[in-house]
Each structure stands twice: as C-alpha cells, then as structure tokens.
Ligand binder design. Structure first.
Ligand code: NAD
Length: 339
C-alpha cells in the first residue's frame, strides 16, 4: 500500500520534495498546490503532478495561462493521507486550520515557529518522537545540518558544549530580491542567534551558542563548528565516525573541493538533480581534535536540499510505517544518496 502525499507550495523546497516522494517505492504524490500560474506551475504539469489552486479566487488566472488544474487545495488536502506544507514562512501557520478541518496530518518547514507544532523533527536525532503527530515541523536547513552532526557525536562521545558560527548565503539563486550584494553582515548582530534555540527543539538539554552572518553568496551556507566532547578521542577517529554517517559527506582532500562552487559543480557532474547536495559536506582536512576533547570543523549546507530526505523520513515517522533505520535506508537508496 502506498502512502498518498499532497504537497502544498511548489517552490524551492516543494518541487524537490515532490520529486523525492515520487522516487520512493512506498509513496505517491496525489498532487501539488500553487498560488500562481508561473514557470513552476507549468513544470508541475509537465512533470505529471496533478496541480491544485492554492487560492480559489485565482483559478481564472490558471485558465487564462492555459494551465490545467485538477481542483482546489481543499480537495488535495482531503484526498491526501498526509500533506507536506512547503509554503513560505508563516503561511503554514495560516494553513493549519485547513489540515485540521480535513483531519490530515501535516508536515511544516523550518520557517514556521516551533510552537505551531507537536514536534520538531530530524530523522537522525529524534525520528520516533513524530509517530502519530498531527503537526510536525521539519527543522530548517541550518538546524538539520547541525542536528545530524551533533546526533552522531553525542551518541559516540557525549557533547558538553557546541559553539557554531553560521556564514549564511544571502538568498537562494532564484531569489532576485535578496542580499546583501556587497557587504558582510553580522546577522543577527545580537548573540546568540536564533539557530541555537532552534537546535534545542531537537536536543532540549544541549548547551549550544550560535552566531550568524550573512554574505553575498547563493550556493550554500558554511558553518564553522567547535564541539567540546565528553569522552576523549582524536582526529582520525572522529573523521572515521563522521565518514560512516550516511548523510554526512566527508570531502576527501584529493578532490580539491575548496569551496561551495566546486562542491556544487561536483554534485552536477555526479548527476544530482538540480545539483543538489542532500548531505552535510564536511571538509575532511578541517576535522581537528585539540587536546583530546575539542573538535573543530567546517561544513557546507546546501540550503535548498538538505531538508528534502528529512521530509521523506518524516512522512514515515508520522504514519509509523517504518523505523528510523529502515526509513533512512529506503530514502537514501531511492534518492541515490552518498557522494
Ligand atoms: P519558495 O518561495 O521558494 O516556495 C514557496 C512556494 O509556495 C511558492 O511556489 C509560492 O508560490 C507558494 N505559495 C505561496 N503562498 C502559498 C499558499 N498560501 N498556499 C500554497 N502555496 C503558496 O519558498 P521555499 O524556499 O521553498 O521555503 C518554503 C519553506 O521551507 C519555508 O518555511 C522556508 O523557511 C523553508 N526552508 C527554506 C529553505 C531554503 O533555503 N529555501 C531551506 C530550508 C527550509
């Protein structure tokens, strides 16, 4: 029996989630909802996703653009076993009442407040907590990247304290209105940034401080991470541990990937759809343990795609159709993860 999934919001995250869900042997996409008949709406139809109007008053605009609709968003919600809401920040909260009306469990994205939902989710860290939840938030790209790393380290060594500086891309490649275009901003200038508390929605007892910056780049975020470990270890052991995690890609030195540009080029050369890097990309040479318990590293986080496999796993977690290990393996295999 396949899980019938609806996707409300077909933008940067939504279109990637739609493709990833379609690739799963145990899921099918019932349809996707869009507000406007733009190029993404055209592509949804071209890719054979039934298209639903997210704003009923705009049905005419789709008719005028010659884009065929399968119905209105309420019908999509009613016909779906679970909905993935990938609308812009804050719109998910407005949609919550609609999901409740049709008794359809919903996944939201990192742009929504943690208070909106029953549980915040990361597959590696707290898969089982989402079972049976009506409202689940797949945490942001940055929180996902930090959570994957912390979960692995905490399980093996214990974690005393995390300090991370997040050098954030100004906008996604298609976001023409974002910036800065010629500046380096402490953002937020206050410390800690909101990212640390967001990681605490996954690890409530974790001691973590984060600092944020914004730079004129679009390809990835880059994290500079320092973790104080409980048990002593060394550089080689940590490198081996991280390399053994399926959603952490430890970049080997010989590849000569010196930044996000070559990383994305490598992903494109590897045949990744849209040049996506679903894994945390950790520079192998940067992994350094000082004094037995102070770990340092740099990682790149592809903001447009690292949450995609997490959304797929969250579907199984909420519906209780697989445990963590089975789901992660199934998702990874269907997507072709592992660079
Ligand atoms: P986006 O703007 O690229 O896509 C959102 C889509 O939703 C657009 O197609 C838009 O037309 C549509 N939409 C707008 N209002 C709608 C409504 N009322 N009903 C249905 N659809 C509507 O945004 P995105 O980057 O995909 O972000 C979606 C969510 O994912 C946000 O919560 C964001 O914070 C989160 N997120 C984004 C990124 C990223 O870097 N892009 C990373 C992780 C998480």
């Amino acid at each position: 029996m396949t899980i019938e999934v609806g996707i409300n919001g077909y933008g940067t995250i939504g279109k990637r989630v739609a493709d990833a869900v379609r690739a799963q042997p145990d899921m099918e996409v019932v349809g996707v909802a869009k507000t406007r008949p733009n190029f993404e709406a055209e592509q949804a139809v071209a890719n054979d996703f039934p298209l639903y109007a997210a704003v009923p008053e705009r049905v005419e605009q789709f008719d005028e653009a010659g884009i065929e609709l399968a119905g209105k968003v309420e019908e999509l919600v009613q016909n779906s076993e679970i909905v993935v809401d990938t609308t812009p920040s804050g719109i998910g909260a407005e949609n919550k009442a609609m999901y409740e009306e049709y008794d359809t469990p919903a996944l939201y994205q990192g742009g929504e407040d943690a208070e909106l939902v029953d549980v915040s989710f990361n597959a590696r860290a707290n898969f089982a907590e989402a079972e049976g939840a009506d409202h689940t938030r797949v945490v942001s790209c940055n929180t996902t990247g930090l959570s994957r790393l912390i979960a692995a380290l905490d399980e093996e060594y214990g974690v005393e304290k995390v300090r991370a500086t997040l050098v954030r891309r100004g906008g996604d490649p298609a976001q023409s209105s974002r910036g800065p275009i010629n500046d380096t901003l402490p953002d937020p200038v206050t410390i800690p940034s909101h990212h640390g508390p967001d990681v605490n929605t996954i690890f409530p007892d974790l001691d973590i401080d984060t600092l944020g910056m914004k730079v004129p780049a679009t390809l990835t975020h880059t994290h500079s991470v320092n973790v104080e470990l409980t048990d002593e270890t060394d550089t080689e052991e940590v490198r081996g541990l991280l390399a053994g995690e399926s959603r952490l890609f430890v970049i080997p030195e010989h590849m000569g990937i010196d930044g996000s540009g070559k990383l994305k080029e490598f992903a494109l050369d590897s045949g990744r759809p849209r040049g996506d890097v679903w894994e945390n990309a950790i520079w192998g040479e940067s992994i350094t343990v000082e004094g037995g318990d102070e770990l340092y590293l740099f990682q790149a986080i592809h903001q447009e795609s690292d949450v995609v496999p997490e959304n797929v796993d969250a579907i199984r977690a909420v519906l209780g159709t697989a445990d963590r290990r089975e789901s992660i393996e199934r998702t990874n295999e269907a997507l072709g993860m592992g660079l």
